[in-house]
Design a protein around this ligand. Structure first.
Ligand code: FAD
Length: 134
């Protein structure tokens, strides 16, 4: 088990040590092009010159693709999420100091997933997806 937030911080530090620059709270507004080639990215903090642009927009990918007329075949879906009240037998299982004493469980043959969060059981069955984007 690994903590996603710690991994992201570690990856960020490693990338920065090799010259990457992270610019938070900056929205991409457009992709500048000339002669059929990318020349930069227009953002709320100005234009960043670039000859290669990589879209890492997650499920906003289709919106970013549309900036250059590219159809990104990605459809965000909502799935069900059920959470119980606090269960005495789960108290103390997953704490900040003990890390994950009760790792996520997956029912074989189905895509149902069970996790323990704050001593409550969480079930997230991805079946029966609801489209979040028309
Ligand atoms: C409720 C929930 C629970 C999840 N649980 C798990 C889990 O337990 N385990 C697991 O492995 N995965 C989980 N996932 C999935 C996981 O979060 C995603 O697969 C992962 O975050 C995708 O990473 P990404 O970097 O591709 O995109 P994202 O993390 O979605 O990052 C995209 C980024 O692009 C930014 N962005 C979008 N448009 C613009 C723009 N115009 N300008 C600038 N920035 C922009 C967004 O603000 C965002 O920060 C979960 C997702 C959700 C929603």
């Amino acid at each position: 088990m690994a903590k996603a937030t710690r991994i992201v911080v570690a990856l960020t530090r490693r990338a920065q040590s090799r010259g990457a620059v992270f610019q938070g709270s900056t929205k991409v507004l457009g992709i500048e092009q000339s002669g059929g080639k990318v020349t930069g990215v227009a953002t709320t903090a100005g234009v960043v010159p670039a000859d290669i642009v990589v879209s890492c927009g997650g499920f906003w990918g289709p919106d970013l693709g549309a900036l250059v007329g590219m159809d990104v075949p990605l459809l965000p879906l909502a799935h069900q999420y059920a959470k119980t009240h606090q269960l005495p037998e789960l108290v103390g299982r997953n704490t900040e100091s003990s890390e994950a004493g009760f790792p996520p469980q997956r029912a074989m043959g189905s895509s149902n997933r069970f996790t323990v969060a704050r001593a409550a059981a969480v079930c997230s069955p991805p079946r029966g997806h609801t489209a979040a984007r028309a």
